[in-house]
Design a protein around this ligand. Sequence first.
Ligand code: SF4
Length: 272
Amino acid sequence: MGMCNGMRKAVKLAEETAEMYRGNGGVYMLGPIAHNPHVMAYFKEKGVVKVDSIDEIRAEAGTVIIRAHGVPDSVKKSAAERGMNVVDATCNLVLRSKDIAKMLENEKYKVVIYGEKKHPEIIGIAGNLADPLIIEDLDQARSLSLYKTMGLIAQTTSMPEKYAEIQKELRAHCECLRIEDTICMATQNRQDSGRKTAERAELMLVVGDASSSNSMNLLKACKEVNEYTFMVSDASGLKPNYFKGIKKIGLTASASSPEWVINGIVNALRGM
Ligand code: SF4
């Protein structure tokens, strides 16, 4: 498992951009390209400056990389209007979700987004819409009013089982519910295989970071079948007390975990 195609492409594009434009007004990254401190440290070493807003960037200069999770189109537009070179590393599947949400709105559905309100992917999707409803869990779905039609999408890294519960609930809130499957296969594959591995392991380790939605959902999926599951960010997180009396270890890695970190953990486990 480990880094998905969307993240790999974004990282590669950011590497090429850092190489090409470094001496040309500076290279900036609008938020972390991946929710992983090792990836961000790597780009810091390459001279890429992380900013949280384009207002932090000197006007009419430099290159700005849009993270894999995307931004509202208005942000890209205002960076371009300020004369910045905009390099868009948004994952194609996030772009697909944005297009679907806009299409639902154009077709007069009340758009409901199941996801984390503060996650950049959701901010990016919602920022293109007039008045979407964002729900983070079943309780918030239950509290929604009644609408004639609803169009539902999910954050790409959501858990399919939780999304199914939301769908069931929302059927009672409208006459017509249009459901779009926007959870990406990379997420589903990691959760499915993580569960299978965790079932067979005495100790399950998930490589990832607490700031990452896909890491946290992978951790939840593994914990559902094996309570003795821990998340580790790198080899330094392998605590000796995890391994007492353990013969069989399962290991998986989130879609934002780079290969070199996973290999470091594998090597450390082999040496134990
Ligand atoms: S987890 Fe899915 S949506 Fe997110 S970057 Fe990877 S492939 Fe794209």
